[in-house]
Design a protein around this ligand. Structure first.
Ligand code: TYC
Length: 106
């Protein structure tokens, strides 16, 4: 280990790294998209089941998607967002609804 002030592997003429930056991992928004066919109750059920929302919160987000075309359902790490999108898409496909769920960098 170096005993130079503030340095990591620095010699006497190159002092580097006075602070260690703690980077936050990037976050991803999970978006739900509107369509004309998926039943409203099915969307509410998905929001309760996969996003831990209560019925009132789920109904409100479903209505926002219905009226505006899309809404952010939550913000997660890449891995969690990817899992949520896959769960929603798989559940919708298994029930033969065209519901679309995507993610984008926050
Ligand atoms: N627009 C759909 C309907 O009228 C309801 C709906 C809401 C569908 C949200 C998808 O992500 C969605 N049955």
């Amino acid at each position: 280990m170096s005993d130079k002030p503030g340095g990591t592997e620095g010699d006497a003429s190159t002092l580097t790294k006075t602070h260690t930056r703690t980077e936050r991992p990037p976050l991803y928004k999970v978006l739900l998209l509107n369509d004309d066919y998926t039943p409203m109750e099915f969307v509410v059920h998905i929001l309760e089941r996969f996003f831990g929302l209560n019925h009132a919160q789920a109904f409100e987000i479903m209505l926002t998607v219905h009226k505006k075309g899309l809404a952010v359902v939550g913000v997660f790490s890449f891995e969690v967002a990817e899992t949520k999108v896959a769960q929603v898409m798989d559940f919708a496909r298994r029930h033969q609804h065209p519901l679309q769920c995507t993610m984008e960098k926050d």
